[in-house]
Design a protein around this ligand. Structure first.
Ligand code: NOJ
Ligand code: CA
Length: 556
């Protein structure tokens, strides 16, 4: 079987800055700003720390940066608790620093996508404070989701639902009313039936678009609209697939797309139109709704991030997602790591059936990861994804082959899931540890004493020590990205029939990618080797196990 994807869409125009399709096959690098680079040495990564490392990003060869939240925040959820959507957190910079960072990125030919968090604000947001100060039934309260509690004086929560980070989903405010938060109590959910809320987000989209950002990553894009009509269900499972399509009370409701249709009109006020990518944990067949050109335009597909290192899983996922993307007119997305998941170099170092939280709770010792195998597989998987049509989203540090830090001391953990589950779920801090830039003790070139402690072995992965080593993971990423930029033309892909644990496909121009998912060698197909994710014994004519190779067909 072969798949052909959007044959008419060709990358690139004469004026690159006006290319409306730039995002379709972009390599996007996610920066978690507090853990990237710390310029002023206070232990928290900042915008100047990004600006001073733009050269690194340019050399890496990424097309765009996706910046996780940098807005004023008490950091109850790593910045996904936003106090003010139209400002920069003074802990990490100023709007002037933002402009400077963006100018440096633009000068390096790198676009900028910012994170937008529309499901909830923080409890310090001006409008939430106003809601608390106002009376039940007031317009101020209507911007959020307040309900009267059960019991004579409202002393019991409206329902006994558990929030996604653990603990109750309702918080009392002392006058018989409770507010809804599907995440932490510091993250009250907005009421998207409220016109002022809708207009305020349009204002925010214009604010950043006017400042020149190229696009938006939309946090929990599937959660905004809710059906809280009585009677409310007794229990709540927030997984979107736990109800028939469109019928879940809180997730993936059809009317959410009315919001994105309005957003699209704003995006299209700009030239080129601003892009958006939805973080929507919905069943695959619901994804095209988010990715439609009348909506956000693109949606994350987390299927590879959740898959094992397995040929048939990869092949099925690729086919399905190219097909889904083609149906909505979007391009697909490929992701192995982000700030919410165990880094893929570690995921692939563990048996496929391991419970990731159990492993984290063991401090990363049970079972012992095979880091060599993990990195070998991670590189093979990344090379495969970089040869696919669509955008690849990379997470800071994966280009260094960084493993997860599984043994952060309990007292240093910051993730609300850890705090809200009373230490039962360790959470996501292990992939958010500040990056190692140099081998220097202290902070490995990050800046001040890192807000999350770096382990001693972090220095082994330092960018500086990988820089000049042609076999390093950093050099491999640079090489792959540079080649991809040259080889990529249209979004065609054709699978090549292979036996056993091999996935192979051809892109236009005779660019062939072959991945051997097995542990033993297979015959290396014909062609000139362009890139290999690991050592190759070309003389033996073998493609070693757990390795991807890119070939230029000589007979094409
Ligand atoms: C998804 C974000 O990626 C995650 O980090 C955050 O905790 C939740 N949304 C809530 O905003
Ligand atoms: Ca700092």
């Amino acid at each position: 079987m072969s798949t052909v994807q959007n044959p008419d869409t060709v990358v690139g125009t004469t004026d690159a800055s006006k290319d409306a399709n730039w995002w379709r096959q972009a390599v996007v690098y996610q920066i978690y700003p507090r853990s990237f680079g710390d310029d002023n040495g206070d232990g928290i990564g900042d915008l100047k720390g990004i600006t001073s490392r733009v050269g690194y990003l340019q050399r890496l060869g990424v097309d765009a940066v996706w910046l996780s939240p940098f807005y004023p925040s008490a950091l109850a959820d790593g910045g996904y608790d936003v106090d003010d959507y139209r400002d920069v957190d003074p802990k990490i910079g100023t709007l002037a620093d933002f402009d400077e960072m963006q100018a440096a990125l633009k000068a390096a030919g790198i676009r900028l996508i910012v994170d937008i968090v529309p499901n909830h604000s923080s409890d310090r947001h001006e409008w939430f404070r106003a809601a608390l100060a106002a009376a039940p039934g007031s317009p101020e309260r209507d911007r959020y989701i307040f309900r009267h509690g059960r019991g004579e004086n409202g002393e019991l929560p409206p329902t006994d639902w558990t929030a996604m980070f653990g603990g109750p989903t309702w918080e009392p405010v002392g006058d018989g009313e409770w507010y809804l938060h599907i995440f932490a109590p510091e993250q009250p959910d907005w009421n998207w039936d409220n016109r002022e809320v809708r207009d305020d987000f349009l204002k925010t989209l214009r604010f950043w678009s006017d400042r020149g950002v190229d696009g938006f990553r939309v946090d929990v894009a599937h959660a905004l609209t809710k059906d809280l009509s009585e009677p409310l269900p007794e229990t709540m499972n927030y997984e979107s697939h736990t109800a028939p399509d469109g019928e879940h009370r809180m997730m993936d409701r059809d009317e959410v797309h009315e919001i994105y249709a309005e957003w699209r009109q704003v995006f299209d006020e700009y030239d080129p139109p601003r892009m958006a990518v939805a973080e929507a944990w919905v069943p695959a067949h619901r994804r095209p709704r988010y990715a439609s050109p009348e909506g956000l335009g693109q949606a994350f597909n987390f299927d590879l991030l959740e898959a094992s290192f397995d040929a048939s899983q990869f092949r099925t996922i690729i086919e399905e997602n190219l097909d889904l993307a083609a149906r909505s007119g979007a391009s697909s997305t490929w992701v192995f790591s982000n700030h919410d998941k165990i880094r893929h170099a570690s995921r692939y170092a563990l048996p496929a059936d391991v419970d990731e939280n159990d492993w984290l709770m063991s401090g990363g010792t049970d079972p012992r990861p095979d880091d060599v195998q993990g990195l070998r597989r991670a590189r093979a998987a990344t090379a495969l994804a970089l040869a696919l049509p669509g955008s690849t989203y990379l997470y800071q540090g994966e280009e260094l082959g960084l493993p997860e830090v599984a043994d952060i001391p309990a007292d240093d953990l910051q993730d609300p899931t850890w705090l809200r589950t009373e230490g039962k779920i360790k959470g996501r801090d292990g992939c958010r540890v500040p990056l190692p830039w140099t081998t220097e003790a202290g902070s490995f070139g990050f800046g001040g004493t890192p807000h999350l402690p770096q382990p001693e072995w972090f220095g082994r992965y330092a960018a500086a020590s990988q820089d000049a080593d042609p076999t390093s993971t950093l050099s491999f990423y640079r090489e792959a990205l540079a080649l991809r930029a040259k080889l990529q033309t249209s979004e065609h892909l054709e699978f090549l029939e292979t036996a056993g644990d091999v996935v192979a496909f051809r892109r236009p121009g005779g660019w062939v990618s072959v991945t051997n998912f097995g542990t033993g060698p297979v015959a290396l197909p014909e062609g000139r080797v362009l890139l290999a994710s690991g050592p190759l014994d070309a003389a033996a004519g073998d493609l070693p196990g757990e390795t991807t190779v890119w070939l230029q067909e000589t007979t094409a």
